[in-house]
Design a protein around this ligand. Structure first.
Ligand code: NAP
Length: 315
C-alpha cells in the first residue's frame, strides 16, 4: 500500500512529526517557500491534513485538496476549521480532547492564584530588592470567593473541582444546564455580576466571538478578575484593555490573546494583569499524548476507516 499523502499546515514537534514522516508522505505547507507551487504539484494527492489548534484553515486551501478525507487537529480547539464546509464535503475532523484537560485546568488555577494572591507582582517586588525597604502588600483570601465558569466542559469541570478543593464556590453558564452540583446562570451577565473570578473555558469561533464584552466586564465590576484559558476571540480585547485601564474590573489573568503571539502593549504595561504565552497544554507529557492521539486518528482512519475522536458536529 502506498503511504497516504499528508499536508502539514502548522509547526509540529519532532515527537509528532518524525512518526508521521515514518508512516506518511508528509508535505510541509507551513514551511513551504512557494505554497501555491506545492499545492499545484501535490494537492490532488493529499488525503490527510494535520494542523494545530490555533491554525486557521481557509476554504480555498481545502478547495485545492480534492481528495482530502481527514483533518487531524493537534489540539482540542478546532475553531480554525471550517466545520460546515468539511461536513458538506464529508471530510472527517478529529481533535485531541481529554489528554490536555488537567494541564489547562492547572493553568487556570495558577492564574487565579497569581492574580488573586498577587504572586507575580510580589515576585517582582522581592527580586527588585524592595522587601528590606517595605512590607509586601496584602492580597485577597481565595477560600470562600466565587468562581464563575463560562463553558463547563471537560476543562471547565476540571477547573471547578480544583477551585472547589481550594474552598471556592463554583457557578457556571453555558447553552444548557447540566447535572452538576454547581449553580447555573442562564445569563453570562448575571454570572459575571455574581462572581469574583470569571473564568472563560468555552470554545472559540463565531458562536462565542466577543461574548465577554464591555457589558459583561461592567457586570464583573471592581471586585472581579477575568481569567481566560480558552481563546482570545471569546473576549473583546479592546474592551478588556479599556476596563482594566478605567478600573472597571480589578485584574486579569490571560493565557490566550486575539492576535497571538502579539499582545496589546497596554496589557504588557499593566501591573494588575498576569500574562502567559498560551501554555495551557505545554508540558512534555501532555504534548506527547496530544501528538500520539493526533497521529492515532490518522492511523485509525487510513487503517480501518474509523477515527478515535471525531468532533461532535460531525458525529
Ligand atoms: P468542551 O468539553 O467541548 O467544553 C466546552 C464547553 O463550552 C461546553 O461545556 C459547552 O457547554 C460550552 N459552550 C460551547 N459553546 C458555547 C456557547 N456558544 N456559549 C456558551 N458556552 C458554550 O471543550 P474543552 O475540552 O473543555 O475545551 C474548551 C476550550 O478550551 C477549547 O475549545 C479550546 O479552545 C480551549 N483550550 C485552550 C488551551 C490553552 O492552551 N489555553 C488548551 C486546550 C483547550 P454547553 O454545550 O452547555 O454550551
Amino acid at each position: 500500500m502506498p503511504q497516504p499523502d499528508i499536508l502539514v499546515t502548522a509547526p509540529l514537534p519532532p515527537f509528532l512529526y518524525e512518526p508521521l514522516k515514518a508512516d506518511y508522505r508528509c508535505h510541509d505547507h507551513y514551511q513551504a517557500s512557494h505554497k501555491p507551487g506545492l499545492l499545484a504539484a501535490e494537492g490532488a494527492r493529499i488525503r490527510g491534513l494535520v494542523q494545530g489548534g490555533g491554525t486557521v484553515t481557509p476554504t480555498p486551501l481545502l478547495d485545492a485538496l480534492p481528495r482530502l478525507e481527514i483533518i487531524s487537529v493537534f489540539g482540542v480547539g478546532y475553531d480554525g476549521v471550517p466545520v460546515q464546509y468539511c461536513k458538506d464535503r464529508g471530510i472527517k475532523v478529529t481533535n485531541t480532547p481529554d489528554v490536555l484537560t488537567d494541564d489547562v485546568a492547572d493553568v487556570a488555577v495558577g492564574l487565579i492564584l497569581m492574580t488573586g494572591r498577587g504572586f507575580v507582582r510580589l515576585n517582582r517586588f522581592l527580586q527588585a530588592g524592595e522587601w528590606p525597604k517595605k512590607s509586601p502588600e496584602l492580597t485577597t483570601k481565595l477560600s470562600g470567593r466565587k468562581v464563575g465558569i463560562l463553558g463547563l466542559g471537560r476543562i471547565g469541570k476540571a477547573i471547578a473541582s480544583r477551585v472547589s478543593a481550594l474552598g471556592m464556590q463554583v457557578s457556571y453558564t453555558g447553552r444548557s444546564r447540566q447535572d452538576v452540583p454547581y449553580r447555573y446562570f442562564p445569563d453570562l451577565h448575571a454570572l459575571a455580576a455574581d462572581c469574583d473570578f470569571l473564568v472563560v473555558a468555552s470554545p472559540g469561533g463565531a458562536a462565542t466571538r466577543n461574548m465577554v464584552d464591555a457589558g459583561v466586564l461592567q457586570a464583573l465590576g471592581k471586585k472581579g478578575t477575568l481569567i481566560n484559558i480558552a481563546r482570545g476571540s471569546v473576549v473583546d480585547e479592546p474592551a478588556l484593555v479599556a476596563a482594566l485601564q478605567a478600573g472597571t474590573i480589578k485584574a486579569a489573568g490571560l493565557d490566550v490573546f486575539v492576535d497571538e503571539p502579539n499582545v496589546p502593549a497596554e496589557l504588557l504595561a499593566m501591573d494588575n494583569v498576569v500574562l502567559l504565552p498560551h501554555v495551557g497544554s505545554a508540558t512534555h507529557e501532555t504534548r506527547k499524548a496530544m501528538g500520539d492521539l493526533c497521529k492515532a486518528n490518522l492511523d485509525a482512519w487510513f487503517g480501518t476507516g474509523r477515527v478515535l475522536t471525531l468532533i461532535p458536529e460531525l458525529a
